[in-house]
Design a protein. Structure first.
Ligand code: GRF
Length: 202
C-alpha cells in the first residue's frame, strides 16, 4: 500500500512510520511527506530517508480551499492508498475527507473520546486522570471523533507536567501508530458505516 504522511512539525510519528515501513515485511511504503510548514523539522528527517517531501505553506494560498487544492493535487501525483496525519495541525474540510473516504488515519495524544482537541496532556493532569495515552483513529468530518483503530495507555505520575506526560505518551505513539497502519494496510481493519470493522482472524 502507498502511504502519504501529512505533518506540520517535528515528524517523530512520521519517522516511526517510515522506519516501520522500511522493514521488508511491512505492508506499506511511505511515498511522500507533505507539510503545511516550510520549516517543519519532519521534512529534513524525511529527506534523510530519501522520502519525497513537499511543503505547501498556508499563507502562500488565498484561502483554505486553495491550500487544500494544492495538497490534493500533490496527493494525486503521489496516488496514495492511505493518508496518515502525523502531527498535522490543520483541520481537513469535508470535501478533502470525502476524496479519501475511510482512508485517512490520525494519531491523537489522548484516550479518545476523552480530550479531543488541543492541550490534551495538561487537561488530563488537571482532570486528575491516573492514566493517559494516545489513539489512532479514522479521520471523519468532526475533529478527533472518527472510529478508533488502536489505543495505548500510560500512567500519569503524581509529579507529571504536561511535558513529562507528553514525552511518555510520544514513546507509545511511536509503537502504536505503525501497528495501526499495519493493521489497516493489511485490511484487518476498515471503516464501514462509520464504524471500525475488524477482521483480525483473516
Ligand atoms: C504528537 O503528540 C502527536 O500525537 C500530535 O502531535 C505531536 C507531535 O507529533 N499529533 P510529531 O512529533 O510531529 O509526530
Amino acid at each position: 500500500k502507498r502511504v502519504a504522511v501529512l505533518i506540520s512539525g517535528g515528524g517523530s510519528n512520521m519517522m516511526a512510520l517510515a522506519k516501520a515501513a522500511a522493514r521488508p515485511d511491512f505492508p506499506a511504503e511511505i511515498v511522500g511527506v507533505i507539510s503545511d510548514k516550510a520549516d517543519a523539522g519532519g521534512l529534513v528527517k524525511a529527506d534523510t530517508l530519501g522520502i519525497p517531501t513537499f511543503a505547501h505553506v498556508r499563507k502562500d494560498y488565498a484561502g483554505k480551499a486553495e491550500h487544500e487544492a494544492a495538497i490534493l493535487a500533490e496527493l494525486a501525483r503521489l496516488s496514495p492508498d492511505i493518508i496518515c496525519l502525523a502531527g498535522y495541525m490543520r483541520l481537513l474540510s469535508a470535501e478533502f475527507i470525502r476524496a479519501y473516504e475511510g482512508r485517512i488515519i490520525n494519531i491523537h495524544p489522548a484516550l479518545l473520546p476523552l480530550f479531543a482537541g488541543l492541550h490534551t496532556h495538561q487537561r488530563a493532569i488537571d482532570a486528575g486522570m491516573r492514566i493517559a495515552g494516545c489513539t489512532v483513529h479514522f479521520v471523519t468530518e468532526g475533529m478527533d471523533e472518527g472510529p478508533i483503530i488502536a489505543q495505548a495507555a500510560v500512567p500519569v505520575l503524581t509529579d507529571d507536567t504536561a511535558e513529562t506526560l507528553a514525552a511518555r505518551i510520544l514513546t507509545v505513539e511511536h509503537r502504536v501508530y505503525p501497528e495501526a497502519l499495519k493493521l489497516f494496510a493489511e485490511g484487518k481493519v476498515r471503516m464501514e458505516g462509520g464504524k471500525a470493522v475488524f477482521a483480525l482472524a483473516s
